[in-house]
Each structure stands twice: as structure tokens, then as C-alpha cells.
Design a protein around this ligand. Structure first.
Ligand SMILES: [Zn+2]
Ligand SMILES: [Zn+2]
Length: 361
């Protein structure tokens, strides 16, 4: 059996490059050669152990675009019925669905109870910091429309699907709404983009890094606020802009726990606060529960987007690339052996989006 390279998280904070077997695709699945693996903020939390214990050793990476190397028996289309063949570019949702569990069939929700986010590094593996991925039966993949840039798709990785799921679960942005987005990484930028498309009147991005705030303005933010200002000053700038009623919608895309009490405080009366970035940040924060009552707030979270959100994100990326500089969100590229560097750069926030490109050695 031939082997290929993969970036393995052996235990928290211990990353190694392994030679792992290349498996044949199972019936209903596909073997893909990875073109780009997205480095997600969640990967940083997984690496450090902040996201909890994983079934180590695991191959990192849950965002991928790759070329179909071999289709499993019986596969003729992607998961939206589009014909697919060897050599086609595909993008996938990282969790297979069994369609035989309470979540899948009764709730029609993700994640599936019989599936897993990671697989042991030496088993057939759908992780994307690797030369190859085996997509199992039930793991939805979609053919990338011809002419779409790989960077535009991977730039929004799991971020745009997460945002689409968040608004699905917590209510869409309405025409004329005022929106504040905490954090202008890929999740925040995706939220800005969707708010802009939905017709928000004001979209205010808050972040520490000027390069991210500049990109936020390009993606549709009407104003930006620096995290370097004090919380009181940030609040004053936001309320000056949207009026004393406060924002209708606040989106947490910061990935750090202190964003939560600040978001509760910022959200206007009768507003909605949507938590998207705290999947990997285990911990608690003090808030005044009375604020939820007196302001009539709706606070809700979302994670693990459904296949339809990945499909929707892919179609949006294909449609909007060029109109918005989606491909330019990819600011840093690393080989498989450079994964630790990629994660460290992502943790610092210096990058907008880093990717693992297996062609880089
Ligand atoms: Zn992700
Ligand atoms: Zn299931």
C-alpha cells in the first residue's frame, strides 16, 4: 500500500508529519487529492487542547478542497445530484450523516450521533492537512462550479457555512437592520458579507487588527471599531453610529470568551445575539441574566453546519468571487510540514486566512 504525508496531532501541542496509507474509497465515497486545507480558528483550540480531548492521534483539518482521484463504487454524482468524475474539484462538509439516528431523522439536525469529527490518523481519514482524504459514504461533497477559484472557496472554509447555519437557526438579518460583528476573521467577514447581501443598514466590525478591519470594510462593513479602544469607548462608538436603541443583531465571531459579556451588553433592546466563534473556547463568563429579561434579548448559538449550508456557501463563493475579493482573504500558505507555523500565525491573528497547500514542501 502506498503512503502519503499528513499532519498528525499526536496529543495537545504535539504535531508531527506522518506517512499514512492511501486507502481506496469505500462504496458511496471518494478519494480526493487535497488542493487546499483551510486553517480554522477552531484548529488552534484543538491543537492546544482548549477544545477538549480528541481521539488522538488525529489528522488535523476539517475544511478542504480537492481533486477527485477515485470515486467509490456506485458514485456518479455529488450530494446535490451534479455529475462528478475523476479530476473534478470538490468541497465537503466534514461530518458524515448516517440517516439512522435521532438527530438525522427525527430532528433533521447536525451533527449526526453516529458520526465523528475526527478519525484515528492511521485509518481512512477525511481530514485535510494531508496529501489525500477519503470521504466516507454519507459525507456530503459538492462539485466546485467551473471557473471558481479554489482560494475563494477555501477562504470561507467552514466559516460561511457556520454563518449561514447561524442565521438559519437564530433568524436572518432583515433589510434595514443594524448589525455588529465581533471579530473580523473568516467567520466575522462571512457574517459581514451575508449581512450586506441581506440589506443591513449598518454593519460595524470590531477587531484588534487593522488588516482585518480593512478587509471588513471591503466586504461590506459600514464602520469599524478597534478592540484597542476601551469597552466603554467601543460601546459609545457603536451606539453613536446605530442610535441609542443599540444594534438589532450582534454576531460573536471573536472566538474568545470575554466577547460574550460584551456582546450581551452591546445588543440592543429586543435584539438578537448569535454565538458562532466559541465552539473551541471552553469556560464561563459572568453576565447579568436580568439584562436578558429587561432587554428582551434572544441569545442563541450554532455549530456544525448542515450539508446544505456547505452547498450554499460554495454557490455564494462561486457567484461572489470577483465582486468581493474572496480569494484575497487567503493571505498565508504553508506545506503540510509547516502546519504548526500556520496554526501559530492564525492564533496571533496576523493572517486573515491561512491554508495548507500539500504542494508546498
Ligand atoms: Zn473551521
Ligand atoms: Zn445520524
Amino acid at each position: 500500500m502506498s503512503t502519503a504525508k499528513a499532519c498528525v496531532l499526536v496529543e495537545p501541542n504535539r504535531i508531527e508529519t506522518w506517512d499514512v496509507p492511501i486507502f481506496d474509497p469505500p462504496a458511496g465515497g471518494a478519494l480526493v487529492r487535497i488542493v487546499a486545507g483551510g486553517v480554522c480558528g477552531s484548529d488552534v483550540h484543538i491543537m492546544t487542547g482548549e477544545a477538549g480531548i480528541m481521539p488522538f492521534p488525529i489528522i488535523l483539518g476539517h475544511e478542504g478542497v480537492g481533486l477527485v482521484e477515485k470515486l467509490g463504487p456506485g458514485v456518479e454524482t455529488d450530494y446535490a445530484g451534479v455529475p462528478v468524475k475523476t479530476g473534478d474539484l470538490v468541497y465537503w462538509a466534514p461530518i458524515a450523516l448516517c440517516h439512522r439516528c435521532h438527530s438525522c431523522t427525527v430532528l433533521e439536525e447536525t451533527p449526526c450521533e453516529n458520526s465523528q469529527f475526527f478519525e484515528h490518523a492511521e485509518k481512512p481519514n477525511w481530514a485535510s492537512y494531508a496529501d489525500y482524504a477519503v470521504l466516507p459514504n454519507g459525507l456530503a461533497f459538492f462539485r466546485v462550479p467551473d471557473g471558481t477559484s479554489t482560494d475563494a472557496v477555501i477562504a470561507l472554509g467552514c466559516a460561511l457555512p457556520t454563518v449561514l447555519r447561524g442565521f438559519d437557526r437564530c433568524g436572518q438579518v432583515r433589510v434595514g437592520d443594524t448589525v455588529v460583528v465581533q471579530g473580523a476573521g473568516p467567520v466575522g467577514l462571512s457574517a459581514i458579507l451575508v449581512a450586506k447581501l441581506a440589506g443591513a443598514r449598518e454593519i460595524i466590525a470590531v477587531d484588534m487588527h487593522e488588516n482585518r478591519l480593512a478587509m471588513a470594510r471591503t466586504m461590506g462593513a459600514t464602520a469599524t471599531v478597534s478592540l484597542k479602544d476601551s469597552p466603554d469607548e467601543r460601546r459609545r462608538q457603536i451606539y453613536d453610529r446605530v442610535s441609542s436603541h443599540g444594534p438589532d443583531v450582534v454576531v460573536e465571531a471573536a472566538g474568545v470568551l470575554p466577547a460574550f459579556p460584551e456582546g450581551v451588553d452591546l445588543t440592543g433592546n429586543h435584539g438578537r445575539y448569535i454565538i458562532l466563534g466559541l465552539w473551541g473556547a471552553i469556560g464561563t463568563q459572568p453576565i447579568s441574566p436580568r439584562d436578558l429579561s429587561t432587554k428582551n434579548l434572544t441569545v442563541a448559538g450554532a455549530s456544525f453546519p448542515k450539508p446544505k449550508h456547505y452547498h450554499g456557501a460554495l454557490q455564494l463563493a462561486a457567484r461572489l468571487d470577483g465582486e468581493y475579493p474572496l480569494a484575497e482573504l487567503v493571505t498565508h500558505r504553508f506545506g503540510i510540514a509547516g502546519a504548526l507555523e500556520a496554526l501559530e500565525a492564525t492564533a496571533k491573528g496576523a493572517v486573515i486566512k491561512a491554508i495548507i497547500d500539500p504542494q508546498i514542501t
